[in-house]
Design a protein around this ligand. Sequence first.
Ligand code: BTN
Length: 251
Amino acid sequence: MLASPLPENQIGHFQVRLSRVDSTNNYAANLLKSGKALSGTVILADEQTNGRGQRDTSWQSEPGMNLQFSIIWIPNGFGIQQQRFLNFAVSNALIDFLKKKNQPALIKWPNDILVLGKKIAGVLIENQIQGQDISSSIIGIGINVHQKDFGALPATSLSLLGADFQPLEEILRTFLFCLNEQMNHLTNQNFEELESAYFQNLFGFEKEIFFEWKEKTHAGKILGVDDHGKIQIAMKDEIRCFGIKEIKFLF
Ligand code: BTN
């Protein structure tokens, strides 16, 4: 475990650097199980042999070229009804970070980060629940930085966008600065601020969008995100909330 120059109460003060691991989220889960995890620890890997994505997908990343890391967050009295605000904070931090790199990014619900329609970053948050509270959370983040070839995947990177040629370490520092700002809003319960920033950058918010549900194409307008983190969409005759595995956006 390394201690970085960041203050002790900031995310990223403690860092674990691994050259190869199955998944940094799995490593973080084991650290939590061992009872030795400190809140705010960042676990960073050059290579993941089983990087995991949302909807049971895998996360592919060329070894040593991109940022792949997980953050252990151990809150104090953070209710499960508030879990969407953690997602808002992390997504907003990625948007702020990309703004610093002059990239106009968008969020595709719940937390895919896109530039010019291509994915540049992804987030996998895994919460541990105790009663009505989130006892700990593993926030897994992948940011495409130097990789230039994604095959057929609709993905991009800072290098491909001509936006950054800095070492990964420097880029991580900039991102953690943005994340700590957003996490301060979360701990100070500035929920309205988190929500309005998230909706400002959310693809399809209050606009007509098309999506697939039960093998049919539907039109609708995104109205918000409910207490369970589901997306709320106004369709022709009704307003419905959908979970991540139920629908697929079309664009
Ligand atoms: C997604 O977009 O589907 C989520 C991707 C999350 C990838 C990151 S990389 C670091 C952390 N470890 C994992 O196994 N996954 C997350």
